[in-house]
Structures are given as C-alpha cells and as structure tokens.
Write a protein that binds this ligand. Structure first.
Ligand SMILES: *[C@@H]1O[C@H](CO)[C@@H](O)[C@H](O)[C@H]1NC(C)=O
Ligand SMILES: *[C@@H]1O[C@H](CO)[C@@H](O)[C@H](O)[C@H]1NC(C)=O
Ligand SMILES: *[C@@H]1O[C@H](CO)[C@@H](O)[C@H](O)[C@H]1NC(C)=O
Ligand SMILES: *[C@@H]1O[C@H](CO)[C@@H](O)[C@H](O)[C@H]1NC(C)=O
Ligand SMILES: *[C@@H]1O[C@H](CO)[C@@H](O)[C@H](O)[C@H]1NC(C)=O
Ligand SMILES: *[C@@H]1O[C@H](CO)[C@@H](O)[C@H](O)[C@H]1NC(C)=O
Length: 459
C-alpha cells in the first residue's frame, strides 16, 4: 500500500515560506511524509540558517529545491520580475521533480499542498490526479477581498485592471468591517506597473483556487465568522502558532534581548505596557517624542521595542532627560522574543502597529490592545480589534496628525480601568484556543484534512 506523501510548495518569499513550513511540520507530527520544495535561492538561505543545528529537520521531512528561473544574482525583491518568472518556469520544474520522485514506487507523491498564490501547482496536481490543497497564510478577510474582485468590478468600485474608481468605503458583508478600496491587497503598491502585475496574478488564482480539494486558512471561526459565512469554501485551521519552528534564528533579523524576560519577572502582575511596532513601521521624530512622554506620563512600567531605524536618528530622538526619568520603570530594547513577552503574566496591555502576526499573538495570550496602525491593511485589523472583538482602543490624532502624549496616557488608563477590555480579551483567548483543540472548529477541520490526505491515496 502507498504511503501518503505531501509535496509542499510555498510562494518564494520569507513571509510565505515560514507559515507553510509550520503547516508542514504539523502534518509531519501527524505521521505524514512531506517533501518541502523551495526555490533554489530560498533553499540555500534556509539550509544555511540551519547549519550548525542538529536534528532540526524531522525524519519524515525532506527539503528540496527547484529553480525559480532567475539568475542567482538577480533581485528577488523585484516582485514583478520574480512573479512572471515563477509562472513561466516553475511549473515545468515541479513536474520534472515529481516525475523523479515517482520513480520509486514507495515514494510517489499523493498530494500537493501549495500556497494559494502558487495556484499553478494545483493545476499540476489535478492533471496528475492527486490531491490538491491550497493554503492561505494570512487573514481570511484578506482572501475575501480577492474573491470579491468580480463583484467590486461590477459595482464600479475598481476597474478591470484593479485601479480604484470610487473612493468610498466598501462592506463585503454586513458583519465584516468596512474597508477603503485604496487599502486593498493589490492597491497597496505605489508602482502602478507592479499593482497591475499583482492584480493579474490575483485574478489568475481565482480560477486555479477552484481546483483545490481544500482551501485552508491559518485563522479561526471565532475571529472572522462573517468572512467564513460569506465564503464557506474557506476552512479555518488555526491559528497554528509557531511552536516547533525549524531553526531558532530563522525569521528574526535582530539579536533578541532575552534579559527583558528577567526584567519582566521583577514587575508586578499585569502592570507592564508592552510597546512594539513590528519590523517595518517608521515613526516621525515629533511623534516619537510624544510617545516617549506619553509613556512617561502613565507612571506605569513599560517595555518599549525601539529598532535602530524606528525613527530618524533614533539615539538622539528621545526627549531630554527621558532615560533618567524612566530609570528602573521603563525598559527600551532593540528586539525581544515577542511571544514570550506577550505570554508573561506581568504584561498588562500591548501597544501595537496591529500587523496580523502581532494581532494573533496578542489575542492568543489574552492581552488587550492599543492600536497604532501604520500600513493600509493594519487599519482593518484595528477595526477587528476595536469594533468586532472589542478588545482594544484606537488613538485620536490632533490637527497635525500627531497622537499627543495626553491622548496616549488617557487611552492606556481607559483601556485598563474602564469597560471590560481585559475580560473580553481573556474570553476571546479562551475561545480561540478552544477552536484549535481537537474538538474545536479549527481542530476538526485540521484533523479531517489529515485523515483525507491519509485516505486519498487509496482512491
Ligand atoms: C509573520 O509571521 C510569519 C510566520 O511566522 C513570518 O513569516 C512573517 O515574516 C511575519 N510577518 C511579519 C510582518 O513579521
Ligand atoms: C506520480 O504518482 C502519482 C501517484 O501514483 C500518480 O498519480 C501521478 O500521475 C504520478 N506522476 C507522474 C508525473 O508520474
Ligand atoms: C476571475 O477574475 C476575472 C477577471 O477579474 C473575472 O472576469 C472572472 O469572472 C473571475 N473568475 C472567477 C471564477 O471568479
Ligand atoms: C491585518 O494587517 C495585515 C498586515 O499587517 C494584513 O496582512 C491582514 O490581512 C490584516 N488583517 C485583516 C483581518 O484584514
Ligand atoms: C499562523 O499565524 C501565526 C500568527 O500570525 C503565526 O505565528 C504562525 O506561524 C502561523 N502558522 C502557520 C501554520 O501558518
Ligand atoms: C471530542 O468529542 C468526542 C465526541 O463528542 C468525544 O468522544 C471526545 O472525548 C472529545 N475529545 C476531546 C479531546 O474533547
């Protein structure tokens, strides 16, 4: 009898490789063999970051690679070029790889699990008569934007090449927060040519995704119920938090300040404001000073992650005397192990840029939020946090677009003393954690998927 053998293929970018790798590890833990196919370029980076670490690749997993069609020196950040090249050369390379694997009867590939953006791999699966699973690594609501493209065109909101025609708020369904068209997935690119390529790529996958036997998302019914009602073909299986990642250093670009955990241990329970803006946010120097002064005004302990490039001349950007004022009470760090910080009992709230990762990590730990969105999509997360789940507050900006120090202090106090933000955050955590348990909605979907992969080979 054949063994189930999954071939997993991510979109070749770090933000896609790691989530699919996490998923692959979950399948491996359930007894399924996985061949993980990176582009040669990513494969080299992954294996280099693993060198020196022993036994991190489990027995049932194999890391292999195929070319992405670009020369080794060509720029992978040129998304337009990379995407075109992927569509042109990777399908042939993947088929050849499968044929090679198939030469051994006991190894035959029985199912392809592909990033939703690599829809052509699902076509290959169908062509070969094997299982096809599409994986969407981000929020379901983002995928829903994509699925709504035909309707958005019909309604005259966007043109058939994706440019925004009407700048009005859009509601995909009554219970999904409204969004600005200029915040759509493909509209975020400043470069119009790139926007067109992104849009065309998204449109291509609207056909291939229909080939998938399963379309799974790393999120939960408890978080985005209205989206799953609108598009019942999407199945939530998460949030599958990264607990068993390959290689400690993969994915973290700065040395972590682990001493901050010892420092947290000395603070009273639920007393610390944790402040972090992710990897990309930039804050203007005036705003940076207001934030520093706002934190000082609270009189509470705080742990603030300040990357070297968070603001212009970061080292000189602090208000005069700030470091003396906050001695012993405030701690500034370059980078911290965020999951461990958020799960620490001393943390009272999370002042966040509201990236999806940070959002999920905060809510999985029952921590209430202060939302400081920066990029387009993050505003949608703020709507979920503040309006749908009601586990956080946003800030008002003044006439100059600055969030003033008093506003920062007041909202932090309000979050922690008025209303039931803490309680609701705690309740949501319980619901979300239950959904990934064996009998929860996500857990059941995941187990059904595993069973299907194991049975499908006998079809
Ligand atoms: C979010 O997490 C995924 C999976 O761990 C990672 O690949 C990605 O880079 C993270 N995104 C950001 C913006 O940090
Ligand atoms: C590989 O093996 C699978 C499972 O037996 C089969 O369905 C598929 O057609 C084979 N593919 C190739 C390229 O030989
Ligand atoms: C896919 O997108 C194209 C172009 O926007 C659209 O015309 C078509 O109806 C969509 N197909 C499906 C199956 O949604
Ligand atoms: C939250 O923001 C991230 C970008 O940081 C985006 O990828 C994600 O789709 C947003 N979440 C929702 C629910 O739209
Ligand atoms: C699921 O999402 C969380 C939070 O963004 C991330 O840490 C984790 O790596 C993701 N897991 C998978 C399997 O994509
Ligand atoms: C899941 O539900 C089944 C049937 O209701 C029950 O027999 C089983 O004990 C439950 N498992 C867990 C882990 O709760």
């Amino acid at each position: 009898m054949e063994n189930p053998h999954v071939l997993a293929i991510p979109y070749p970018a770090q933000g896609h490789v790691l989530p699919l790798m996490d998923l692959a590890l979950c399948l491996v833990r359930h007894g399924i063999r996985v061949t993980f196919v990176n582009s040669e370029f990513d494969h080299k980076r992954v294996t280099e970051s693993l060198s020196g670490e022993e036994n991190v690749v489990p027995d049932r997993m194999q890391l292999v690679s195929i070319p992405d069609g670009l020369e080794s020196w060509e720029d992978r950040n040129d998304l337009g070029k990379l995407t075109l090249s992927i569509f042109e050369v990777m399908p042939g390379n993947l088929e050849a790889l499968i044929q090679k694997i198939n030469q051994s009867d006991s190894d035959k590939v029985t199912c392809i699990v592909a990033d939703e953006s690599m829809g052509w791999a699902l076509e290959i699966a169908k062509k070969m008569g094997i299982g096809a699973v599409a994986f969407w690594p981000a929020s379901a609501t983002q995928l829903a934007q994509k699925f709504s493209i035909p309707k958005l065109i019909d309604d005259g909101i966007i043109s058939c090449t994706g440019s925004v025609l009407k700048n009005q708020m859009v509601k995909l369904s009554p219970n999904i927060p409204e969004m600005k068209p200029e915040h759509f997935l493909w509209a975020c690119f400043n470069d119009l040519e790139l926007q067109k390529i992104a849009f065309q790529t998204l449109c291509k996958t609207n056909v291939t995704v229909k080939l998938a036997d399963w379309l799974i998302c790393n999120t939960s019914d408890e978080l985005e119920a209205a989206t799953f009602t609108l598009f019942p073909q999407m199945l939530p299986i998460g949030p599958l938090l990264a607990s068993n990642r390959l290689g400690k250093s993969v994915g973290s670009f700065w040395p972590e300040d682990s001493d901050c955990l010892a420092w947290l241990g000395k603070q009273p329970v639920q007393s610390v404001i944790y402040v972090a803006f992710g990897s990309f946010t930039i804050i203007d120097p005036t705003q940076f000073r207001e934030l520093a002064l706002g934190l000082e005004l609270t009189n509470m302990p705080f742990l603030w992650v300040v990357r070297q490039d968070l603001t212009a001349e970061t080292d000189n950007a602090y208000p005069k005397g700030f470091k003396d004022q906050i001695q012993g009470r405030g701690r500034v760090a370059n980078w911290v192990p965020q999951q461990q910080v958020l799960s620490h009992p001393s943390v009272a709230c999370f002042l966040s840029h509201c990236g999806w990762n940070s959002t999920i990590e905060g809510l999985s730990n029952g921590v209430p939020f202060l939302c400081w969105p920066y990029f387009a999509d993050q505003f949608l997360n703020q709507s979920y946090i503040c309006d749908v789940w009601k586990i956080g507050l946003g800030f008002e900006r003044d006439a100059n677009g600055i969030i003033p120090r008093e506003e920062i202090k007041n909202k932090i106090e309000q979050l922690l003393t008025v209303g039931d933000y803490k309680q609701r955050a705690f309740d949501l955590k319980a619901k979300v954690m239950n959904s990934v348990k064996e009998n929860g909605s996500s857990g059941k979907n995941f187990n059904n998927l595993v069973q299907w992969i194991k049975d499908d080979k006998e079809q």
